[in-house]
Write a protein that binds this ligand. Sequence first.
Ligand code: PEP
Ligand code: MG
Length: 320
Amino acid sequence: VARDALAQAHLPGMTADGVAVAVQANLAGVGEAAAAVEAGAEGCGLLRTEFLFMSRGTAPSVEQQRHELQAIVDALGDRPLVVRTLDAGADKPIDYLDQAAEDNPALGERGIRLQLARPALLDAQLEALLRVESPQPLRVMLPMVTGADEVAAVRERVVALRERLGLAAELRLGIMVETPAAAVTAQRLARHVDFFSIGTNDLAQYTLCMDRLSPGLAKQLDALHPAVLAMVAMTAQAGRDAGIEVSVCGAAAADLQAVPVLVGLGVRKLSVPQARVARVKAALRGVSIPDCEQLATAALACESAAAVRGQVRAWQASTG
Ligand code: PEP
Ligand code: MG
C-alpha cells in the first residue's frame, strides 16, 4: 500500500465527488478487531461467529460467547458491529454438530436453516448478544436466508428471550443476501429487516451453480458475472426504495475491479479483510458516482464476467 493510502486510511471512505462509502472490516476473532481499527476500518460489517465454535470441541456456552463478543465490541469502541449468527455447514463444517450426511451440503441444512432446526443453538447465540453491553444496538445478521418466514421466526425468538430473561437490549436484525431467492424477492424482504448485506461469495456460487469449493471452477466462479451483478442491482434498488442500508461483505467488496461497479449499482458500504481497507478507500477516492454508474450500466449489459472485467480495465485506463 502506498504511503499516501496509509496516511489517508483513517479518513472516512469517500468517492472523489464526496459521497460516503463506508469501508468496514470482516472479522473472525477478537484478535483481529484491534488490527482492523488500526487499519482504518469504520467498524465491522461481518463478524463470522463460526470462530467461536471451531476453536473448541463442544458448542460454546452463553457466557463464553458473551465474553468474546463483549471483547470485540470494546475493541471497536463506538464503531458499529454486525454479528452474523452461526453459518455452519457446507464449506464451514463443525464436526461436533453431527449434521446428517448430505449429497449436496451447500444445498442442505446450513446457515439459518440449521439454527432454526436446532433452536437451542440459536437461543444461546441470541441470549449472548442480548447480554452484551454496547454503545449502540448490535446488528445481528442471518446467513443463507431465502424468505421472510425465517426472519420472522428469529424475531419471535428474540422477543421471547428478552421477555423470559428480562433483558432490555435492542437488536437490529438484518440478513445476508446470498441466495438468488433473497435477491429476487429483496423488495419484499426489505420490509422485514433493518439492513441487507450481500454475500457475493455464496450469491455467485448459487447464481452460477458453481461450487465455491471446486478448484476446477475457481476461475469461472466470478462475482462480476452479469447475472450476479443483476442480483446485486435488484438488492441495492430494494434497499434504496425501503430506506435500508445495503452493504457488500463478500470477497468482491475487496476486489478493486469490482468496487466501482458495486458503487455504481448503489452500494454505499463495503466490508473487507482488514488488510484491504486502505487500498479500497484509496480506490474510492479515485472514482466519482456518475462514472461508476455509467460503468455499472455497461457491466450489466455484458455477456460474461470476462467482458465485465475488460470493460472495467478499459474504464480504469481512461479515467486514470
Ligand atoms: C459470502 O457468502 O459472500 C459471505 C460473505 O459469507 P461467507 O464467505 O462466510 O459464506
Ligand atoms: Mg456466505
